[in-house]
Design a protein around this ligand. Structure first.
Ligand SMILES: *Cc1c(COP(=O)(O)O)cnc(C)c1O
Length: 388
């Protein structure tokens, strides 16, 4: 089956009611016909659910569909993107291990390293996106176990060459862990380039409508089993309700992403060369520094467009205030277009130098391009640009 068909047709086996749309299983535990059956299920001799912290049919459906779409052997869902990322670290790293992390990662990922991993005795080194794998080699230590990165990165839209980096990881015996949140499996399949672990914040484009939090880790069976054992013991499990919402959302992922990308691509062209804008960033614009890599590993450019305002920090603040339709909110990957100003919000605690390394200039605006009509999205942005 093709991507769209899998996203729509894979679902939990029909119940005795012969429902058409996928059912939801909001139950914390499951029952047994007899003491013997209960014993066998607990022993793993008979397949069956026990408790929804471990498995639940709604959650399992979402996991199975995501694994099919990422073309990995299996997947395990979590309550949020951050718990997926955390689970992907603590399932493979122990006290005394060393982790390499792209500096261009989501703000909370950054904070998790500094505030928690360090306390567990897990060492890490941040890698600058402007350097190539040759320069990263110096950072590899005897105890280095994993490389974690995002591509495209949030909000710098840096694109990492997955094929190249995967080869480098294999050479150094490192697990390659990729946050595929911005691209979704519809635009990019990291496993096809050799990534071992794929993390998702399902909160973004997978839900796509700003309703629920969710996360997921995908990969080979033995990888997912380790993460599953952690989730089952520690409990950052996805709720059946959220899983049901996310599974239904996958049915429309392809059509939504097509329109998101079409709108984003049009918006990037409209804004290019605007007198208030220094530079427009979009992976599929020829002016993007990693345009060739983006074209190689992504089928479309994604839904995030950023631009640097010539008027800097103050211009950024005025731009947000001048918007009439776009939402000012922390989320992204919604049907509704969203504007944010990383320098004064998500990345305000970094030094100017650190921000520049991540491609975050004082006047950088991030637009998560939604599914409204492109004319309405662009005219709101254009009118705001005349009022800064
Ligand atoms: C939002 C986001 C996360 C965190 O996901 P939550 O669902 O908010 O926990 C991780 N990575 C990226 C790239 C994100 O955009």
């Amino acid at each position: 089956m093709k991507f769209e068909t899998k996203a729509i047709r894979l679902q939990t086996a029909k119940s005795q009611h012969r429902e058409h749309s996928t059912p939801i299983f909001p139950t914390s535990s499951f029952t047994y016909e007899s003491a013997e059956q209960m014993r066998d299920v607990f022993a793993g001799d008979e397949e069956g659910n026990i408790y929804s912290r471990f498995t639940n049919p709604s959650v399992r459906e979402f996991e199975m569909k995501m694994a099919a779409l990422e073309e990995t052997e299996d997947a395990v869902a979590t309550a949020s993107g951050m718990s997926a990322i955390f689970a992907s670290f603590v399932s493979f790293l122990k006290c005394g291990d060393h982790l390499l992390v792209s500096r261009a990662v989501f703000g909370s990922t950054y904070k998790m390293m500094e505030n928690y991993l360090q306390g567990f005795g897990i060492e890490y080194t941040f890698l600058n996106p402007s350097q190539g794998v040759e320069e990263w080699t110096e950072a590899v230590q005897e105890n280095t176990k994993m490389l974690f990165l995002e591509t495209p990165s949030n909000p710098g839209l840096h694109i990492y060459d997955l094929e190249n980096i995967s080869k480098w990881c294999k050479k150094h015996n490192l697990l390659l862990n990729v946050d595929n949140c911005f691209a979704t499996p519809y635009l990019q399949k990291p496993a096809s380039y050799g990534a071992d672990i794929i993390c998702h914040s399902a909160t973004k484009f997978i839900d796509g409508q700003g309703r629920v939090l969710g996360g997921l880790v995908a990969g080979k069976k033995e990888i997912v089993e380790k993460v599953f054992n952690y989730v089952r013991s520690a409990g950052p499990s996805l709720s059946p309700f959220n899983a049901w919402v996310l599974s239904k959302s996958l049915e429309t992922l392809a059509v939504r992403m097509d329109r998101h990308c079409e709108n984003a691509s049009k918006l990037a062209s409209i804004l290019q060369g605007h007198e208030e804008i220094e530079k427009v960033n979009y992976p599929f614009l020829e002016s993007h520094p990693q345009y060739a890599i983006a074209k190689k590993q992504m089928s479309q450019g994604g839904a995030i467009v950023t631009f640097d305002l010539k008027k800097g920090l103050d211009g950024g603040r005025k731009f947000l205030n001048a918007l009439q339709m776009l939402s000012l909110t922390a989320n992204l990957g919604d049907t509704r277009s969203i504007a944010s100003h990383p320098s004064s919000t998500t990345h305000r605690k970094l030094t100017e130098e650190e921000r520049m390394e991540l491609g975050i200039s004082p006047g950088l605006i991030r637009i998560s391009v939604g599914l409204e009509h492109i004319d309405d999205i662009s005219s709101d942005i254009l009118q705001a640009l005349t009022n800064i």
